[in-house]
Design a protein around this ligand. Structure first.
Ligand code: MGD
Ligand code: MGD
Ligand code: SF4
Ligand code: MO
Length: 772
């Protein structure tokens, strides 16, 4: 049909109302919409969440024929209200990299050869079965991702935990969100944040606790700056170990020594009590005081295990504990002046100011990650600044479905959908919904991620299926784990969309559909579930990660548990999964509602989303007659924890005299497998580098762009120096982003972790520098 301009406008308006609303927003188009004959191709706009960060912006993708050609922000999505960052705007280009994996490959005689996907799936099922027979049920494992869709994670858990009876299910979110989870559990007895992004419109004070939000959650950061501009009298403090773009936009930047945030958080509480800024009414009604074990180790040895032993204490004992954390004492530990500590305390302590704290990997990738989460909650609990608009201790997620797939579905060794394997009631519910005998579900967790790769190295695990993650770049102390994966008689299956160092170690590579080439759901930082439909077809023999698992499950004889048809399996899986959450604390929206809206927040009760949890005004799960109810704990009271300062696992010394800190840049996504295939983003930052403080560089005689060798006890990397670039580390620290697979900085990092969450600390180890 030939479309003239008038009929194009008419038909576009008819196809989609959101498109009309969206057209006033800027976007980016990657195709010429005009056909050769001068007519205009018809573009249909479809909604989807962005597939990059945990902010969860709503996008509208413009489709012409079967190709995605344009992107703009979805004005109907409350997260971003039409705005995106560079990754969102260019995201669809990641669909069309020249070297997409479109065919399955299997290793034959040491070489990878293309085979029909059905043959590859036969081999995966056969190997899985053979390994179980030979080495036992816990010799097979699946390692997934916070970039898994909710259905991906759900079927993985159902197959491995429910049908195969092994708790060898983990996901890269262990490297990312585990400390947030244990932080929530220890303080509130329940996972997931109480606040929502609307807090940004209400808070008077924002403190970023080592969260480079300007680059990592750019749209939320813009919302925060816009809120400051609109309302005036808003203060943003960047509390971090390195100067970043976030520090530059903040009203004040405070730099502390690595790991000493523990001491500063305690000093803030000390000051709040000393000045009697405590909200006594709140504290007496809604909190209790506890301490746990100390000197808890760092987990660097095999088979490390740790169990905390909480004891309740009185307020007086807690106050006594804080005596070691006067601002003057903490100044010596942290390098933060007593004046700045008192200033921070006065902001949190001022009863007229609403305070929101944001954090992400600075606090989670921390050998005391659980503790520092606890300590920041302490500040909000002592002042009662929690669960009300603008008062929020806000743990941000990194990946688009870290919450949705890993925390809510529970794709970690100890978890079940909103439950744990250790709990009989949770096992019974899972067995009933999954239609498996309850004896199938093992009550004992097996391996957390680092230990899972150690088990692969030892040979306790022999078969591992890796989906939507690139561990051969992102595991800490990488040499150790790559050597393990390459050992004889290990069978590695990798589902990916592009070749990576992880597909290099695979015995089978399965071609996956990417993002909008399949239907799915993600869950973002503010408990928002976001549905997307299949918008464009996947190339070649690509298959969704969910469907790959279903195919293998059926080959293993689990047709009854995986009965769905290709037409509507996502809807069926969602409705089955929803049964796990059938209560006011967790209820999820029905499929139809999800499909119609740009995200729905849970708990979704009686047709309404819950914005602030634990506050009876907003949360229907609170006991009637209460104002606040922390219902994760039996008595409805949150725990204030006495947790001491303890140093990092490895600190600089005479031989290795610098801290190595690692992280990210705004243009790139993790290992760069997607963003390095987006030309604009690749050109913007084509190569990784090491940031050095200008004075250190001068002392070492290193100039900008010169090659430097970074050496730790585990490995070394040579890369170019960046001096006074985008970020500036303090003296004695270097920083390296990990997006460039040519420079494996994780060969240098340390695999120490928080003994409670088992999340590795990628932010701290000791290195020395040499001119290369
Ligand atoms: N552009 C882009 N955005 C992303 C991602 C990406 O790859 N690219 N990834 C997403 C994911 S999965 C994640 S997890 C997030 C990460 O988001 P962030 O955590 O914001 O980013 P990182 O660069 O990992 O960490 C940087 C911060 O760690 C802090 N830090 C270092 N040591 C310490 C310490 O001892 N204590 C404290 N409190 N802070 C410390 C530094 O001060 C610095 O601000 O980003 C998400 N967003
Ligand atoms: N040094 C250092 N290391 C770190 C961190 C750090 O701060 N410093 N941070 C840690 C954190 S917080 C995180 S979250 C991890 C991230 O670590 P990873 O998850 O390992 O990194 P990604 O690059 O996101 O890997 C995702 C992979 O999935 C592929 N992929 C994308 N979409 C699909 C799909 O739909 N299906 C399939 N099958 N594959 C797909 C991509 O091509 C890519 O290879 O890194 C951790 N490692
Ligand atoms: S802020 Fe995050 S979710 Fe939003 S467009 Fe950027 S990468 Fe995507
Ligand atoms: Mo992450």
């Amino acid at each position: 049909m030939k479309l003239n301009r008038r009929s194009f406008i008419k038909s576009a308006a008819a196809t989609s109302a959101i498109a009309a609303a969206g057209s006033i927003f800027p976007g980016i188009s990657f195709a010429n919409w005009k056909r050769q004959d001068g007519s205009i191709g018809q573009v249909t706009w479809k909604k989807t969440p962005c597939r990059f960060c945990g902010t969860g912006c709503g996008l509208l993708v413009g489709v012409m024929g079967d190709r995605a050609v344009a992107v703009k922000g979805d004005p109907n999505c409350s997260v971003n209200k039409g705005l995106c960052c560079v990754k969102g705007y260019h995201s669809i280009q990641a669909l069309y990299g020249k070297d997409r994996i479109t065919k399955a490959k299997v290793r034959k005689g040491g070489k990878m050869v293309e085979v029909p996907i059905a043959e590859a799936l036969d081999l995966v099922a056969a190997k899985l079965q053979e390994t179980r027979k030979k080495y036992g049920k816990d010799s097979v494992a699946i390692y997934g991702s916070g970039q898994w869709t909710i259905p991906d994670g759900y079927v993985a858990s159902k197959l491995f935990k429910g049908c195969l009876g092994t708790n060898n299910v983990e996901a890269n979110a262990r490297l990312c969100m585990a400390s947030a989870v244990t932080g929530f559990f220890t303080t509130f007895g329940i996972d997931e944040p109480m606040g929502c992004y609307e807090d940004i419109e209400h808070a008077d004070v924002f403190v970023t606790w080592g969260n480079n939000m300007a680059e990592m959650h750019p749209v939320l950061f813009s919302r925060m700056l816009a809120s400051r501009k609109r309302r005036g009298n808003v203060t943003i403090i960047d509390f971090a170990t390195r100067t970043t773009r976030t520090s530059q936009a903040a009203d004040k930047s405070i730099i502390f020594r690595p790991n000493t945030d523990l001491a500063v958080a305690n000093a803030i509480c000390y000051e709040i009590i000393r000045n009697d800024w405590v909200n006594w009414d709140f504290v007496e009604k809604h909190t209790t005081f506890h301490k746990g074990k100390t000197n808890i180790g760092y987990g660097t040895e095999d088979h490390f295990s740790f169990k905390d032993k909480p004891e309740s204490i009185t307020f007086e004992e807690y106050k006594e504990f804080l005596k070691d954390y006067t601002p003057e004492k903490v100044e010596k530990i942290s390098g933060v002046s007593a004046r700045d500590i008192k200033y921070l305390a006065s902001l949190y302590g001022d009863p007229t100011k609403k305070c929101t704290s944001f954090w992400c990997m600075g606090m989670n990738q921390h050998v005391r990650g659980t503790w520092i989460n606890n300590l920041v909650y302490n500040i909000h609990l002592l002042t009662g600044k929690i669960s009300t608009p603008g008062n929020s201790p806000f743990s941000l997620t990194g990946q688009p479905s870290a919450c949705g797939t890993v925390r809510e579905v529970g794709t970690l060794t100890h978890k079940l959908p909103h439950g744990v394997v250790m709990n009989e009631h949770d096992r019974k519910l899972a067995a009933e919904i999954w239609d498996v005998p309850v004896s199938n579900i093992d009550p004992k967790p097996t391996y957390h991620t680092v230990e899972m790769f150690r088990a692969l190295d030892r040979g306790d695990i022999r078969f591992m299926w890796i989906q939507v993650t690139n561990p051969m770049i992102t595991m800490p102390n990488l040499n150790r784990y790559r050597n393990g994966a390459l050992k004889e008689d290990r069978f590695i299956v990798v589902s990916d969309v592009y070749p990576t160092p992880t597909t290099d170690v695979a015995d089978v590579i399965l071609p996956a559909t990417f993002w909008i080439e399949q239907e799915g759901m993600f869950g973002n930082s503010e408990r928002r579930t976001q549905h997307f439909e299949r918008i464009v077809p996947g190339p070649g023999e690509t298959m969704s990660d969910t469907w790959q698992i279903i195919e293998v499950a059926r080959r293993l004889g689990f047709q009854k548990q995986f009965p769905w048809s290709e037409e509507n399996y996502i809807e069926k899986i969602w409705e089955e999964y929803r049964r796990f959450h059938n209560n006011p604390k967790h209820n999820m929206a029905p499929y139809k509602v999800l499909k119609a809206r740009s995200g729905v927040q849970w708990p979704f009760v009686n047709g309404k989303e819950t914005r602030w949890r634990f506050n009876a005004k907003y949360d229907p799960a609170c006991k009637p007659g209460t104002d606040f109810d922390f219902y994760g704990k039996k008595d409805g009271k949150a725990w204030i924890w006495a947790r001491p300062y303890e140093p990092a696992a490895e600190s600089p010394d005479k031989e290795y005299d610098f801290w190595l800190n690692t992280g990210r840049v705004i243009e790139h996504w993790h290992t760069g497998s997607l963003t390095r295939r987006i030309p604009v983003l690749h050109r913007a930052v084509p190569e990784s580098y090491v940031e050095i403080n200008p004075e250190d560089a001068a002392e070492l005689g290193i100039v900008n762009g010169e090659k430097v060798r970074i050496i730790s006890r585990r490995g070394s990397v040579v890369m170019k120096a960046s001096i006074n670039g985008r970020g500036v580390p303090p003296r004695g620290m270097v920083f390296v982003p990990f997006f460039d697979e040519s420079y494996k900085i994780n060969e240098v990092t340390l695999d120490a972790f928080c003994p409670i969450s088992k999340q590795p600390d990628y932010k701290k180890c000791a290195v020395r520098l040499e001119k290369a």
